[in-house]
Design a protein around this ligand. Structure first.
Ligand code: ADP
Ligand code: ASP
Ligand code: MG
Length: 446
């Protein structure tokens, strides 16, 4: 008899937000008791955001705030743990949690590293390390035997902290050697999403929301039959239900379409997730942890080409206008020089357009990256920045959906291709009434 094909399951922050949610995860896994499963978990709830605050406070040497925030995270975590183990917390779990917290407290005794990104990764990785120990201990207590695996022994990256670049041959070799044998005879193994390690054993992270990507790396390296991500939505929807009312579920999506949508901000899947799966034709199932037996959305190479309009909204965008100081044309050599600076400051460009004497880029407004870019180009170029913008991308756009997206907004830049329309928008303070007739789509009023 051939062995049951292996699956990779990823549980995100929402599916692990408290003790009840973690019990629900165990119930889902009980439905798959006879399947070998590699489980990849994110940090619980929004704890990564809270850990980012710890990292920022530590970097500013505001140790009181750093300690206070860390102790809040500890408190919330321990409340869930106490609920999960009403008869007493297993000694090994208590020791693991304690060791993790002590390692961060020790960091506070030292001066911050020169590189904020390095310190960030050492602190923020705590979220996934904690949740993985907790969930694994809980599954073991529920008669679901699970082996805890340290993702830092598996996913090797370069030393680009906060955006570790995966070293595929080394990662493949480690996963084949260390993880595949654990799943050979069925059962579960569980590891952290989002984190990896350099060859010198320093912890790295793969970029915010990167646990989906971790699960795709394991799926690729283990030749999984399918990857499943468990969400608080029924599948991939035509737009984010937090922002729009009349959205619907898409049953099947091609890899290509999924890459297009996620790259421009459909937050349901991390954009880097799709490529490793596509390379090995591994289907990606997006399912609801609230209704685990419903099929959700299947992303594969087999989906057709006919889709309804789909909208992705990317917030925190900035439009940077760059012009030459001497009114000379923006020529190729300028653009190449500008791109060197864009790469050096890790600006992520979502759109660009040029005129005779100016070059415009729309970028994710992260930390002080724009200011650092401006400082680098200052000698030769004048720059102006328009912040707090939204980039709206509509795939398979129709005039009706396009018009409904423009309501109450000022458009600063537009780009059109046969299947994709992109608009960079700014809010105008117009209060939209709920009882207005629906034309195209209905933006939610907050
Ligand atoms: P996780 O718990 O795995 O981290 P996320 O919160 O990152 O989950 O992703 C799920 C959320 O993504 C949903 O709650 C939804 O608001 C949002 N989302 C954005 N765009 C879409 C879309 N096109 N389809 C479904 N959900 C979307
Ligand atoms: N916990 C990380 C984050 O919130 C990674 C993830 O959840 O995917 O960004
Ligand atoms: Mg997420």
């Amino acid at each position: 008899m051939s062995p049951t094909p292996l699956k990779v399951f990823k549980f995100g922050g929402a599916s692990l937000r408290d003790a009840a949610a973690i019990r629900n995860v165990a119930n889902i896994l009980a439905l798959f008791k006879d399947t070998p499963i590699m489980i990849v978990v994110s940090a619980m709830g929004k704890s990564t955001n809270a850990l980012e605050e710890v990292a920022r406070a530590y970097y500013k040497r505001d140790l009181d705030t750093a300690r206070e925030k860390l102790s809040e995270i500890h408190g919330t975590t321990m409340r869930s743990v106490a609920e999960l183990f009403p008869d007493g917390i297993p000694g090994e779990l208590a020791a693991n949690i304690n060791d993790l917290l002590v390692s961060i407290e020790w960091m506070f005794e030292d001066e911050p590293n020169e590189s904020y990104d390095y310190d960030y990764d050492q602190i923020v990785s705590l979220g996934e390390l904690l949740s993985s120990h907790i969930v694994s201990a809980f599954l073991n207590s529920q008669d679901l035997p699970t082996t805890w695996v340290d993702a830092r022994d598996c996913i090797m990256t370069d030393n680009t902290y906060r955006e570790g670049w995966v070293q595929w041959p080394e990662t493949q070799a480690r996963i084949t050697k260390q993880v595949a044998p654990l799943l050979e005879n069925g059962g579960f193994a569980l590891t952290q999403g989002f984190i990896g390690s350099t060859s010198e054993n320093y912890t790295t992270t793969l970029g915010r929301e990167g646990s989906d990507y971790s699960a795709a790396i394991f799926s690729y390296c283990l030749d999984a039959a399918g990857m499943y991500i468990w969400k608080d939505v029924p599948g991939v929807l035509t737009a984010d239900p937090r922002l729009f009312d009349n959205v619907s579920k898409i049953d099947r999506l091609s890899y290509k379409e999924a890459i297009e949508m996620t790259y421009y901000g459909a937050k349901v899947i991390h954009p880097k997730t799709i490529k490793p799966l596509q390379n090995k034709s591994i289907p990606l199932h997006v399912r609801s942890f609230i209704d685990p037996e419903a099929v959700g959305t299947i992303i594969s190479g087999e989906a057709g080409d006919s889709y309804p309009p789909m909208v992705a909204v990317e917030k925190d965008q900035a439009l940077v206008n760059i012009s030459t100081r001497d009114f000379s044309f923006v020529a190729e050599h300028h653009i190449s020089q500008l791109f060197d600076h864009i790469t050096a400051t890790r600006l992520q460009v979502n759109m660009m357009q040029n005129t005779a004497i100016s070059f415009n880029i729309v970028v994710n407004d992260i930390d002080d990256r724009i200011e650092r870019f401006q400082a680098l180009v200052e000698k030769d170029f004048k720059t102006t920045v328009d912040r707090d913008l939204e980039l709206i991308t509509i795939r398979h756009y129709t005039p009706q959906v396009r018009d409904s997206m423009r309501q109450g907004k000022v458009m600063l830049l537009e780009g059109r291709l046969p299947l994709t329309l992109q608009m960079v928008m700014k809010d105008v303070p117009v209060i939209k009434r709920r009882d207005e007739p629906v034309v195209g789509w209905n933006a939610k009023v907050s």
